[in-house]
Ligand binder design. Structure first.
Ligand code: BGP
Length: 484
């Protein structure tokens, strides 16, 4: 396959005046304070404790230091922030008794956002299922799904005057795939493709129920969903590789896109789902016609879709057993991913990758946005809700700015694709760097840094990296600055 490396010729492009230049965070990765103010346990507490590798406390102590981080946003012209509500701060058991201190914390956080002119985009679920509900079956349990709707309704009402942008679920695909296939997210099951698709099906449906509830209640804000989308290409033009790419795409992207953006699973999508499940000697999931009514109603009312884009995937035909080795250490070249009934990921030699083997391919971001625009006509607004580069930043003293030029290059190359998308009529209304400040990475720990602001985890002091100054110039001028 010929890899397209189109260099986009920027002709004095200026981002629109109302474009959001944001920074993204997630509650469990940055708040710390996991045992404070009556917070309940989430699936990561026990899992990380047992693994003994990553301590989620104090992370970057956002629970106490959010005012400082928002001051930095203001100072660096970052006019939006993605935050998530940790469900177990509000309902420690996921349902039932409410914890007023948790509720109050988010009031204070949103108030500070407003004071600083930083628009909060608030996610209801960012990987942190309350443990009590996971014990009842997590995404496979009706009780969890019903509790999620109730928790969402509670938040809509409670924060109605403070939050204008809601996100139902962050990256449902990462949850389902990593909980049931690769085993890299708790409860770490492996090779259960049937359960993975059942979880995906349930996530799409519960997302739709929440969107419909929000609209029925007549709120005036906007509601969307955030998908992790990895653009999938065949490694060669062979029929086998092309089919492997289709299978991977349905597993990672298309089942979600159909369910949430079209409100209907296409015949081709369902045939590919069945093929994956049956190749693994498992039973095809139930698709209920009455559920599709709920999905369609929500897809028609959805205000936006968020796209988290980091890398693309290149697929080769593969018929062996599933073998997954996750590069969680940053030792380049250690990642292996071949799935039975799907295909094998390869790393094209002429494409760069991060130390964690994430293939850097900015063109893939444009291709994914274009695909949504072309194939899902109900969508009328998009955001890049995460994009960024994991990097082993080096701190060389208080008087030296952390030089993260490779990250600036990564951000710049991707911003150009956003500009290209906007110029070709695709409605992208904002961009959020993952991440605003350094925090921990779920399966990779504290050494995989993404932030615009360096965090010294011992002292919790923040230092603007070179990328923060670059981003500030971008947000101020609305033009993509060069790399110096
Ligand atoms: C997304 C998540 C984020 C964040 C990011 C970087 O999947 O929504 O929470 O972690 O990816 O991923 P990682 O931390 O695995 O490098």
């Amino acid at each position: 396959m010929k890899i397209r490396q189109e260099v986009y010729q920027m002709q004095q492009f200026k981002f629109p005046k109302d474009f959001y230049f944001g920074g993204a965070t997630a509650a469990y990765q940055c708040e710390g304070a996991t045992k404070e103010d009556g917070k309940g346990e989430v699936i990561w507490d026990k899992y990380l404790r047992e693994q003994g590798t990553i301590n989620p406390d104090p992370a970057c102590d956002f629970y106490h230091r959010y005012p400082e981080d928002l001051d930095l946003c203001k100072k660096f012209h970052i006019n939006a922030i993605r935050v998530s509500i940790d469900w177990a701060r509000i309902f420690p058991e996921g349902e039932g008794k409410m914890e007023p201190r948790g509720v109050e914390y988010y009031h204070k956080l949103f108030k500070k956002c407003r004071e600083d002119g930083v628009e909060p985009f608030v996610t209801l679920h960012h990987f942190d299922t309350p443990q009590a509900l996971q014990d009842k079956g997590g995404w496979l349990s009706q009780e969890m799904l019903d509790a999620f709707v109730e928790y969402a309704k509670f938040c809509f009402k409670e924060y109605a005057d403070e939050v204008r942008y809601w996100i139902t679920i962050n990256e449902p695909t990462s949850m389902a795939g990593q909980q049931y296939v690769s085993g890299t997210f708790p409860p770490a099951y492996k090779d259960q493709f049937d359960k993975c698709f059942e979880a995906e099906y349930n996530q799409n449906l519960v997302h739709a129920r929440i969107v419909n509830a929000y609209k029925e209640a007549g709120y005036t804000g906007q509601i969307g969903i955030v998908h992790a989308l990895q653009t999938v290409y065949p490694a060669t033009d062979s029929e086998g590789d092309k089919h492997a790419a289709e299978l991977k795409d349905v597993l990672e992207n298309k089942f979600y896109l159909d369910g949430t953006l079209a409100g209907k699973y296409s015949k081709e999508t369902l045939a590919l789902v069945r093929e994956i499940i049956e190749a693994n000697d498992q039973k095809m999931i139930d698709i209920k016609p009455e559920d599709e009514k709920v999905l369609l109603k929500a897809a028609k009312q959805l205000d936006f879709v968020g796209v988290n884009y980091y890398f693309s995937k290149f697929m080769k035909e593969y018929h062996g057993a599933t073998e997954i080795v996750h590069n969680g250490t940053g030792k380049k070249g250690t990642d292996v991913n071949r799935m039975k009934g799907v295909g094998e990921e390869i790393h094209p030699k002429d494409l760069p990758a991060t130390d964690w083997d994430w293939i850097i391919y900015p063109q893939g971001m444009y291709d994914q946005l274009k695909r949504i625009y072309d194939d899902y006509p109900l969508v009328h607004s998009m955001y890049i809700t995460e994009n960024g580069m994991g990097y082993k930043d080096k701190f060389e003293g208080e008087d030296k700015i952390v030089d993260d030029t490779p990250r600036i290059k990564y951000l710049r190359d991707h911003m150009e694709q956003v500009a290209k998308a906007i110029e070709s009529g695709i409605p992208v209304n904002g961009y959020f760097v993952w991440s605003l400040q350094d925090m921990f990475s779920w399966t990779n720990g504290y050494s995989k840094r993404y932030g615009l602001f360096y965090v010294d985890f011992k002292t919790q002091k923040r230092y603007a990296k070179k990328s923060a100054y670059w981003y500030k110039e971008l947000a101020e001028t609305r033009e993509i600055p060069p790399i110096d």
